[in-house]
Structures are given as C-alpha cells and as structure tokens.
Design a protein around this ligand. Structure first.
Ligand code: ADP
Ligand code: MG
Length: 239
C-alpha cells in the first residue's frame, strides 16, 4: 500500500521569518524523492508538516489527493525516521519495534512476531532481546527504521537518516532502502544534504534553498539541465 503526497503552496512562518515559501511538490505513490538542500533550508520543517507534527501557516498537504489537515498525525499513514534514533531505552529491541502495533491494539504475541519480521528485514533478527543501549549507532538507526516500517506506513519520511553513520554502514543502508522499496513499496521522501546520496537513491530530486523549491525533476535532468546556477552549485556542477 502506497500513497501520493502533495504539498500545495505550503508556507511556514516562524515569527517574522518565512522558513518555507509557497512550496508545491507532488511525490507520486511508490516513488522516492530526495529533498536536497543546505542546512537551514527548511527540509525538516517540510517533513514535520507532512507528518502532521507541525502545520503550515498557509497552503495544504494532500495524501492521495485528500486534504490531510483534518487528519491527525497518527492516522495519516505516514512514518518518520529522524536523524537521531529515538528508541525507548527501557524496552527491548523487539518491543521497540512492536510498539506501533501494540498501540494499534494488536496482541503482544502477534506484535512481537511481526516485529521480528521487520528486524529480519533490517538484518537485526539476532538482536531482538537486546536493549537499545547495547547497540551501535548504525544498529539503533536500523531499529528505528524497522519500527517505522512496523507501522505499515504508506509514506515513509527519512530525515537525514544516514548522516551520522560511517561510509561502510551507509552502503548497507543504501542496499536496505532498495530492499524496502522492493518488498513494501512505500512512497519515500528522503531528506539529505548529500548530493551523492540523493543521486544514487532517488527517482527525482527536489532542490530546496531558503524555503523555496528551485527545481524538481528526474535525477539526470537535475544534473544535465539545472534550471539555475544555484541548482548547479547545490548539485556540485562546475559553473
Ligand atoms: P533543515 O532541516 O533544512 O536544516 P529546518 O527545517 O530545520 O532546516 O529549519 C529551517 C529554518 O527554520 C532554520 O532557520 C531554523 O532555525 C528555523 N526553524 C525551524 N524550526 C523552528 C522553530 N520551531 N522556531 C523558530 N525557527 C525554526
Ligand atoms: Mg533538518
């Protein structure tokens, strides 16, 4: 199950400063868009607005073409993985991953058995009984991802999930994203400030600069036909 996600003229003010200006972007169901931009360009704010953790000052978010503003965060079919893993420290790994299903009223036994499948998917089946404090940073990040997937989201929002990992782990994570797409087919918004990550993983790249989308298109188009010098600079071009 997968949904499209649309931002329709979304703006967000914090006091006097406009952090997002008239952002319009459609992410088709099952596709992966990389949201690429420098630190402070508004990437996390846009994800928070999509997930319902924050609301736009004007404009709207549509899921499958339906206005999501009246839909509470927990009912949008959207899961988020943050840059820093936020696991419950007092719960075992498997109970962390089982948490969304438990909240939805699934029995402990059933929730744990589902959780084990998602732990297998992220190749941490052998770590089910550990506590989060006994994991490496990369393992914690994969458990966070398993927990997000266990909520069976139709849209998965990844906020710089790889930025704190070393490069070898990052290669594993790249492979994992491919596996998730093949097996679960969620729509994915991947926030990153790493143009290589964006180019390798995404179907389309949306370049965000100071709260404005400069260009959105297929990866080759962004590389070969950058709309502006600023896009070229952000993608690492020569002029
Ligand atoms: P990014 O994720 O691209 O680094 P953010 O979306 O986190 O950018 O932030 C964009 C801008 O909005 C930054 O200048 C940040 O300081 C500001 N900002 C984000 N959240 C708040 C907030 N709750 N209150 C005031 N300013 C904020
Ligand atoms: Mg951010």
């Amino acid at each position: 199950m997968s949904s499209s996600l649309t931002f329709d003229r979304v703006s967000r003010m914090f006091g006097q400063s406009e952090v997002l200006s008239d952002v319009s972007l459609t992410v088709p169901a099952r596709s992966l868009v990389a949201l690429l931009g420098a630190s402070g360009s508004g990437k996390s704010t846009l994800l928070r607005i999509a997930s319902g953790l924050d609301a736009p000052s004007s404009g709207s978010v549509l899921v499958d073409g339906q206005d999501a503003s009246a839909v509470p965060a927990e009912n949008r079919g959207i899961a988020v993985v943050f840059q820093k893993p936020l696991l419950f420290p007092h719960l075992t790994v498997v109970d962390n991953v089982a948490f969304p299903a438990r909240m939805a009223g699934v029995t402990r036994r059933e929730a744990r058995s589902q959780a084990l499948e998602f732990l297998d998917l992220v190749q941490l089946g052998g770590f089910a009984r550990r506590m989060p404090g006994q994991l490496s940073g990369g393992q914690e990040q994969r458990v966070s991802l398993a927990r997000a997937l266990a909520a069976q989201p139709r849209i998965l929002l990844l906020d710089e999930p790889f930025s704190s990992l070393d490069s070898r782990l990052t290669d594993d994570m790249y492979e994992l994203v491919g596996k998730i797409r093949a097996e679960l087919e969620p729509t994915i918004v991947l926030v990153t400030h790493d143009r290589r990550e964006a180019s390798v993983l995404a179907d389309t790249i949306a370049v965000l600069d100071e709260g404005t989308i400069l260009q959105h298109g297929p990866v080759p188009e962004l590389h070969y036909q950058p709309a502006t010098r600023a896009v070229n600079r952000i993608l690492g071009g020569l002029n």
